[in-house]
Design a binder for this molecule. Structure first.
Ligand code: X8Z
Ligand code: ZN
Length: 614
């Protein structure tokens, strides 16, 4: 039922979608009661119920998403209040739908009806308790957390006020240990005030989840993967264990190069890497320190950021470039309104939620992105990521409202990234961004850059929800929020806080998806899936080169195969959608391992004699 009006990272993803104004909400309540008072429900009742809810969901979506769009584009107390009201109403409607759907648990219904009923029961990201005061409080907390993050800035010791975007740019390029440390600490000053709100949000959402029959909110989140909820963490572990040896090799090499750069007193060779030295505010992807670890003799000799600048790419031209990739595959161009209504540049005069997101406001053609684009290779890839959401949204718009979603949430996150894997030298030459294609001897450099982006991300993609699941289940108590976070960062990523954290620190809150309450396992999955999809699409495109050199640009057969999967929406299990493109019903990390095989060999060689591990 997740008619995703946007796909990102906002707290009340689903609930805003099914925004319910008073009348509809009351009507629905009546229906629920009428339905539940019947002794024996039938498949016919399920049909009637689903038709009615489907219509309401479709109607309610637009208004709620408009309120959310306006709030995120103009953060003020008023827009926050409007967004929170809209979220409250839609969450209340979603909870009622979920409860009504549960009445059909023991009714014999068709497989299609069961799937739709299950979506109604499972897919609320942040369920409210059945109590108007509590649901209002929950909605208000969501808006408050979002505003704290969205408005966050840091004023340096030198008196310069910096936005997260400013800091992101400095973290990417500065190699000054102390400057990096100051920004790393400075950004984390925004989050201590979130902690109390987060505690209360957890309490309320857990109560909501329990009301719907789940142990806690984490259990509810884990129930969304077409497999028993208890199997899902095991599946993640299985995939992680496939990738971990490669991560360990990368970690070992990067730590040793950072040791050379900053000194082994600052980067001890037997400990986790200090988190501020990896080119990214959260040490979640490390592509920005490529220059520090670039392989001698195998550097490809170009840098996309510099090439974009050289060729006069502004924000719009970057988005047009990404759109052009999709149209080259046979997808229709984005509508005119996309260009009129999207936000591409950070406004100078107001607070906005800058974290990139893609929106579908009406499930017809009102697609948009909202992103404070920086003219870098990194953001060029993120634009492809966002457009992947938009093209997915459009591909499944003919599905029933219940199925207007990706096969699982990892699929939604994987599509644009899959396309971005085709940004190869050959492609860059074709679109005129570089003049010559580096020969194969430079592949290690290209693979290194990609591994810093993708392999480095994987344990981060895993640990965020490991932390949240423990918080939601109560295993981690508020007094241990921060220490548990860092324990997981060290365990999975081998990355550590560079300085002791104060007792009131709430470092998880400094990562967008925590205050926004967006599940994060989706990004872990996406990093596995995108390499599988890339491998399959390259095969369809008849690629004969090494997989890292394959670009599906202009290939209509690959485009059609991709579209066939996207158009299914969530009408079938993700296993079935996965099979349509890859031929298998199982996720599998061998595609990512194959892709990086030459680099892994190279890393093993370089790491000989080094003390690895953390
Ligand atoms: O949040 C995002 C996208 C929007 S869905 C920009 N990503 C994660 C993040 O930034 O933490 C993409 C990669 C991981
Ligand atoms: Zn995304």
């Amino acid at each position: 039922m997740k008619k995703q009006f946007k796909y990102t990272a906002i707290a009340l993803l689903l609930s805003t979608t099914i925004y319910g104004c008073g009348q509809e909400a009351k009507k629905e309540q009546t229906t629920t009661q009428a339905t539940s008072s019947q002794q024996t429900l039938t498949a016919q009742d399920a049909k009637t119920f689903l038709t009615k809810v489907g219509k309401e969901m479709a109607q309610l979506g637009v208004e709620g998403s408009r309120a959310e769009w306006i709030y995120q584009n103009f953060i003020t107390d008023d827009t926050a209040a409007l967004s929170s009201d809209a979220n409250q109403k839609s969450t209340e409607a979603a909870v009622r739908f979920a409860m009504a759907a549960a009445k059909f648990d023991n009714v014999e219904v068709t497989a299609d009806q069961r799937r739709k009923l299950n979506f109604l029961k499972q897919s609320i990201v942040i369920p409210a308790p059945l109590d108007e005061k509590k649901s209002a409080e929950l909605a208000k907390i969501g808006a408050e957390l979002g505003s704290i993050y969205g408005k966050g800035t840091y004023t340096t010791k030198a008196g310069k006020k910096l936005s997260l975007g400013d800091m992101t740019a400095i973290m990417a390029t500065s190699r000054d240990y102390d400057e990096l440390l100051e920004l790393w600490q400075g950004w984390r000053e925004i989050s201590p005030p979130m902690k109390k709100l987060y505690m209360r949000q957890t309490e309320l959402a857990n109560e909501g989840a329990r009301g719907l029959g789940y142990e806690d909110l984490g259990a509810m989140w884990r129930s969304n993967y077409d497999m028993p909820a208890a199997e899902f963490p095991k599946e993640l572990d299985r995939l992680w264990n496939q990738v971990k040896p490669l991560y360990d090799d990368l970690h070992c090499y990067v730590r040793s190069e950072l040791g050379k750069k900053y000194g082994e007193d600052k980067v001890p060779q037997d400990k986790p890497i200090p988190a501020h030295l990896l080119g990214n505010m959260w040490a979640q992807s490390w592509g920005n320190i490529y220059d520090l670890v670039a392989p001698e003799n195998a550097d490809p000799g170009y840098d996309v950021t510099k090439q974009l600048e050289k060729h006069g790419y502004d924000e719009i031209k970057m988005v047009k470039g990404a759109e052009n990739f999709f149209t080259s595959l046979g997808f229709a161009p984005l509508p005119e309104t996309f260009w009129q209504r999207s936000l591409f540049k950070k406004p100078a005069d107001r607070d906005v939620i800058c974290h990139a997101s893609a929106w579908d406001l009406d499930s017809k053609d009102d697609l948009r992105i909202k992103m404070c684009i920086q003219k870098t290779g990194e953001d060029f890839a993120t634009i492809h990521h966002e457009l992947g959401h938009n093209f997915y949204q459009r591909a499944y718009k003919e599905q029933s409202v219940f199925y207007q979603n990706s096969a699982n949430d990892g699929f939604h996150e994987a599509i644009g990234d899959t396309i971005a894997l085709s940004i190869t030298p050959k492609y860059l030459k074709e679109i005129g961004l570089i003049d010559t294609i580096p020969d194969e001897s430079k592949d290690i450099g290209l693979l290194m850059k990609m591994a810093l982006e993708k392999i480095a991300f994987i344990p981060f993609g895993l640990m965020v929800d490991q932390w949240r699941w423990k918080v939601f289940s109560g295993e981690v108590k508020p007094e241990n929020y921060n220490t548990a976070w860092w324990k997981l960062r060290e365990k999975y990523q081998g990355v550590a806080a560079p300085v002791a954290r104060s007792a009131d620190a709430f470092d998880p809150g400094a990562k967008y998806h925590v205050p926004a309450n967006t599940p994060y396992s989706r990004y872990f999955l996406a990093h596995i899936l995108q390499f599988e999809f890339h491998r399959s699409l390259c095969k369809i495109a008849g690629n004969t080169e090494a997989i890292n050199r394959c670009s599906i640009y202009n290939n209509k057969a690959a485009g059609k195969a991709l579209n066939d999967m996207l158009a299914m929406g969530s009408s079938k299990t993700w296993q079935q959608a996965h099979k349509v493109l890859t031929g298998s019903e199982q996720m599998d990390a061998t595609a990512i391992l194959d892709y990086f095989a030459p680099l892994q060999k190279w890393l093993k060689d370089k790491n000989q004699g080094k003390q690895c591990g953390f």
